[in-house]
Design a protein around this ligand. Structure first.
Ligand SMILES: [Zn+2]
Length: 393
């Protein structure tokens, strides 16, 4: 053991002695390796670029052919996907861009769902113009239907659509016996209606099978009406309940034709488990074109129809050609809720008097994917988003 070892220093290393030829070989080898490395990097870069180009040229997935197509479930898109699209227009010439709208629009529009679970939002619909149907009817040129009361009211555009429908009935049959018995109802009127129904049926439970709690009636929208049939022949008169066994078959006309004017028979007996109402063969609701035709074709109630539409996104929209040959693109834009925490309430002494509340609400503004430069109709569903309807041809 020498002194060096005791100090813990390692023994000096001896450098290997190499010949000049060996050094030359090593240098050549290094050079070759370097060239190989550079070539490999080039090859990788080229493959990468080709892949990128391929990706850019890959066409957008073509939406599956219409009504029978299986729909793609909605998806949450990363932020970059909400930027204006720079890809080519699709086969229908549609190119989508992002536009901001007020989220309160969820509660407005032809397709809002108002039922026992979803209240009508009076506040969000205060601009809906409710007018006297009697005044409108007196000024409407054709005497194509009758009114049970001069107090009846409806949304202004529904007065027009409904009158156009009965004008067609009069033109096709020479008859004008449909009798409008109910139209728009205020919250207060629904309170009265419920009281009357409880008196009639003997209990609130029984009454609620036939009427909606205040705030939850479709009549609040101004887009629903009830009709009976009042036939006057000389001195003889007869009143029929639509769909009743004794009703003359002529009056099936409304069921066969209402979709042409944007109306649906809202409550079918066979759908009562979904709608929450027994069949109401006299109650019609406006949902607009082409939705009324599609609902009738599919034999959906409005609840089922909205569930069906919620499966279609702007990337894979529903294409529908209505019975009149007009072609539409229809899709759903879901609005994500945000969680809102309302802080706890404390009194002057700092004692908590109400706990913090965690709830969901929609943001004030939402971004929708809408077709660029093409008019479209936007309707809320009164639940969680918007239905976009684009007329293609
Ligand atoms: Zn009704």
């Amino acid at each position: 053991m020498n002194q060096n070892d005791l100090n813990g220093s390692p023994p000096a290393r001896r450098k290997p002695v190499r010949s000049a030829a060996s050094r030359e070989r090593s240098r050549t080898l290094k050079l070759l390796l370097l060239i190989a490395l550079v070539l490999a990097l080039w090859a990788l870069a080229i493959v990468g670029i080709v892949n990128l180009l391929k990706k850019d040229r890959t066409p957008q997935p073509v939406p599956a052919e219409v009504t029978t197509a299986a729909a793609t479930p909605d998806e949450t898109l990363p932020p970059e996907d909400t930027a204006p699209s720079t890809s080519a227009p699709d086969k229908n010439g549609l190119l989508f861009e992002t536009k901001e709208v007020s989220a309160s629009g969820i509660y407005r529009g032809d397709l809002i769902l108002v039922n026992r679970d979803h209240a009508y939002r009076f506040e969000e619909n205060r601009e809906t113009k409710i007018i006297s149907l009697y005044t409108f009817w007196r000024e409407w040129p054709a005497y194509s239907y009758k009114l049970q009361s001069s107090e009846l009211q409806l949304a202004d555009f529904i007065c027009t659509r409904m009158s156009e429908m009965f004008d067609a009935f009069l033109a096709e049959t020479g008859d004008n016996s449909y009798l409008i018995t109910s139209g728009w109802r205020s919250y207060e009127e629904q309170v009265e209606t419920v009281a009357e129904m409880i008196a009639k049926y003997g209990s609130e439970e029984e009454a609620m099978k036939y009427t909606a709690p205040p705030g939850y009636s479709e009549h609040h929208t101004g887009m629903a009406f009830d009709t009976y049939i009042f036939v006057k022949d000389g001195d003889k008169t007869a009143t029929y309940k639509p769909g009743a066994a004794d009703m003359p078959p002529l009056y099936n006309w409304i069921y066969e034709n209402c979709a042409r004017f944007g109306f649906i028979k809202r409550y079918d007996e066979e759908k009562s488990g979904i709608t929450g109402y027994s069949g109401e063969s006299w109650h019609f609701r406006y949902v607009g074109k082409p939705h009324a035709a599609l609902i009738a074709e599919k034999n959906f109630c409005l609840e089922e129809y909205l569930d069906f539409l919620r499966e279609y996104t702007y990337r894979n929209y529903l294409e529908y050609t209505d019975p009149e040959g007009a072609k539409y693109a229809i899709y759903y834009e879901k609005v994500e809720n945000e969680t809102v925490v309302t802080p706890a309430v404390t009194d002057a002494a700092g004692t908590e008097v109400a706990p913090p509340v965690i709830g969901d609400r929609f943001p004030d503004r939402v971004a929708l994917r809408l077709p660029q430069g093409v008019p479209c109709e936007i309707s809320g569903d009164n639940v969680s988003g918007f239905i976009i309807t684009v007329k293609l041809s």
